[in-house]
Write a protein that binds this ligand. Structure first.
Ligand SMILES: CC(C)(COP(=O)(O)OP(=O)(O)OC[C@H]1O[C@@H](n2cnc3c(N)ncnc32)[C@H](O)[C@@H]1OP(=O)(O)O)[C@@H](O)C(=O)NCCC(=O)NCCS
Length: 169
């Protein structure tokens, strides 16, 4: 249970200065503001922020529906507001959005060194479907590709087994 009410609303251009500052604070390879502007312009894009009871921004998520999957491109929570369930709330929101759009699964990449994020994803049912070598820069790092089946009515067509080349079978 969260101590303060958190709401999720669409990201706007007015949020981007704060988001850019958070990116620099939180990531070693931050997205530039232009990447968020581009994300706001994508068709099928889900770009949202989390706002606390005082109206202050405390997190954000960017995702995109592509074919039958929702791809989570970015998620962060401001350090002083962590471990209060805000990322869980943002992920619930994105997965619900994907289901409303008729997707079968959610897919994302994460640095293999990012233990807290990997714990968050695996705890909510994401499984490894591959590894992209040298995917991240600053510092160079492999990405784990994680997937969660959201709608298993088609489960015969898509399984989370990892093949020898690290791709979905
Ligand atoms: C990863 C991140 C988004 C989690 O945000 P958060 O709001 O603190 O996460 P939540 O409070 O919703 O936690 C959900 C679950 O994730 C896991 N988790 C989150 N932070 C964790 C940590 N530091 N260590 C271990 N597990 C952690 C836990 O299972 C947690 O559930 P619990 O608190 O009931 O144990 C946040 O740490 C962050 O912004 N990190 C920097 C940006 C980043 O790495 N983004 C992901 C890129 S792929």
């Amino acid at each position: 249970m969260m101590a303060h009410p958190i709401t999720i609303r669409p990201m706007t251009r007015a949020d981007l200065d704060w988001i850019e500052a958070q990116e620099r604070l939180v990531f070693t390879d931050p997205w530039p503001k232009s990447a968020f502007k581009e994300s706001l312009g994508f068709g099928g894009g889900l770009n949202v922020v989390a706002v606390n009871g005082d109206g202050q921004l405390c997190g954000y998520l960017c995702a995109q529906v592509v074919a039958d999957e929702i791809q989570i491109h970015n998620i962060a929570v401001t350090p002083s507001m962590r471990r209060r369930g805000i990322a869980r709330y943002l992920m619930d929101y994105a997965e619900e959005h994907g289901l409303e759009k008729g997707v079968a699964c959610a897919v994302l990449e994460v640095r293999i060194t990012n233990k807290s994020a990997i714990t968050m994803y695996t705890d909510r049912g994401y499984q490894s479907i591959g590894r992209r070598r040298g995917y991240y820069r600053r510092p160079l790092c492999d990405a784990l590709v994680l997937m969660k089946i959201l709608d298993d009515s088609d489960s015969g067509d898509r399984q989370m087994a990892e093949t020898s080349d690290g791709m979905v079978s």
